[in-house]
Design a protein around this ligand. Structure first.
Ligand code: SF4
Length: 394
């Protein structure tokens, strides 16, 4: 089928007969490659409206905390980590982390996303004690902590299985896992850019274990390593396969899918591209918008698709709301991992996020880590003619 017949068929999508409309990998690549951007975005927007209604865009008040920058994994695109023993290493204390959460509580935040490097010097008891203490001091904050590669690192240090680590951390008080570290779940790409992270299966296995315990998880995707469009769709396919299996077995799967392009300014991966054999790395706005739209259509069992303001900028993130995204992510308050490689906006206020949403003609909606809607005081502004935005129609 060519892109035009695929989109005609997708326009008939209905939740009760969704299985009939599931895109194959070949169809997704055809859309990615050949569908005109406005038609692709329009189809993704129609799907987003069918699932979420046409009026609201959600966001989360949260804080990123990067508790340690010590890491032994050495990903080529990472400018954040420092190897053990380096003079710029740090590991935050429980009090330092707790103070950051105090600041989050002051702005009515509801979740921390805490992740760092794979630090071989921290024993498992350090993590358990930290989480227990944070749970006691901040009972209303959801603790989404430690991405799959960190869970693997903790398992190695503690000589426990990753499932046992997750069970004990859940008992200590974690609510979920950040979706970081997936990047591109395709063997060849992963071997090239982060060989010490191991096979894509490892990330998927830890996420499945987390889902089997009912922990909240999200799926991420970094594009622009020089991979093919077919490999991008393979990544989505691995996520979709796990989602199907986890929903069936555990009634628990990824809440959302979040993609962004690799940042290239100050890391060894970016420097690779400065020689004579330049390949196209990273991603521009239109390519990113195509990716978001294809993900909305392909990932039919993942309800929420986020747009990424920290890497793409507010304007492109706003455009993505008309191409499949139903959520603008979160306030973050600080970000040290992706930003170390070249983004400069590390935080957004609630008012800024509401402005983005209102000015696109949608109603802002606070949510929690599980995408449950919360009461939302209006803080943002829109041009006068958009103060009472009409429902968006395709
Ligand atoms: S991306 Fe994460 S795992 Fe990779 S080097 Fe950086 S901190 Fe370590």
């Amino acid at each position: 089928m060519n892109w035009s017949s695929i989109l005609e068929h997708q326009a008939l999508w209905h939740p009760e007969t969704a299985e009939q409309f599931r895109l194959s990998q070949e169809e997704a690549v055809e859309l990615y490659t050949n569908a005109p951007l406005h038609q692709l975005m329009s189809a993704a927007h129609l799907r987003r409206n069918a699932i979420h209604g046409s009026s609201k865009v959600s966001y989360l008040i949260d804080r990123n905390i990067n508790y340690t920058n010590v890491c032994t994994i050495n990903c080529q695109f990472c400018s954040f980590y420092r190897p053990p023993g380096h003079e710029e290493t740090y590991t935050q204390t429980t009090d330092q982390i707790s103070e950051r959460i105090d600041a989050l509580e002051e702005i009515e935040g509801v979740r921390i996303l805490m992740q760092g490097g794979v630090n071989p010097d921290l024993p498992f008891e350090w993590y358990e004690k930290l989480i227990r203490e944070l749970r006691t001091r901040h009972p209303s904050i959801a603790l989404d902590c430690f991405s799959p590669i960190e869970i693997e690192g903790i398992a190695e240090v503690s000589e426990l299985s990753t499932l046992e680590v997750l069970q004990r951390l859940q008992k200590a008080g974690i609510h979920g896992l950040p979706g970081g570290g997936a990047e591109m779940l395709v063997d060849d790409v992963r071997k090239d850019v982060s060989p010490k992270k191991g096979a894509p299966d490892n990330w998927l296995r830890v996420m499945e274990e987390a889902q089997s315990l009912g922990l909240t998880t999200s799926a991420t995707n970094v594009i622009g390593f020089g991979e093919t469009l077919s490999q991008r769709v393979q990544h989505m396919s691995r996520i979709r396969d796990l989602q199907d299996s986890s929903l069936q077995q555990y009634s628990c799967g990824f809440t959302s899918f979040i993609a962004w392009p690799v940042q290239l300014e100050v890391n060894s991966f970016g420097r690779r591209n400065r020689g004579q054999n330049k390949i196209q790395l990273g991603s521009g706005s239109t390519e990113y918008l195509r990716h978001v739209a294809v993900s909305r259509l392909f990932l039919d069992s993942i309800p929420n698709i986020q747009s990424s303001w920290p890497t793409m900028g507010i304007k492109t993130a706003q455009m993505a709301l008309f191409g499949g995204a139903n959520d603008v992510g979160s306030t973050m308050m600080e970000e040290n991992v992706v930003s170390a490689s070249g983004t400069d906006k590390l935080s957004a206020s609630e008012q800024e996020l509401q402005d983005v949403i209102l000015r696109a003609g949608f109603i802002p909606q606070r949510r929690d880590s599980d995408y449950v809607f919360l009461e939302t005081p209006l803080k943002g502004t829109a041009p006068n003619d958009l103060q009472s935005p009409p429902p968006m129609q395709v």
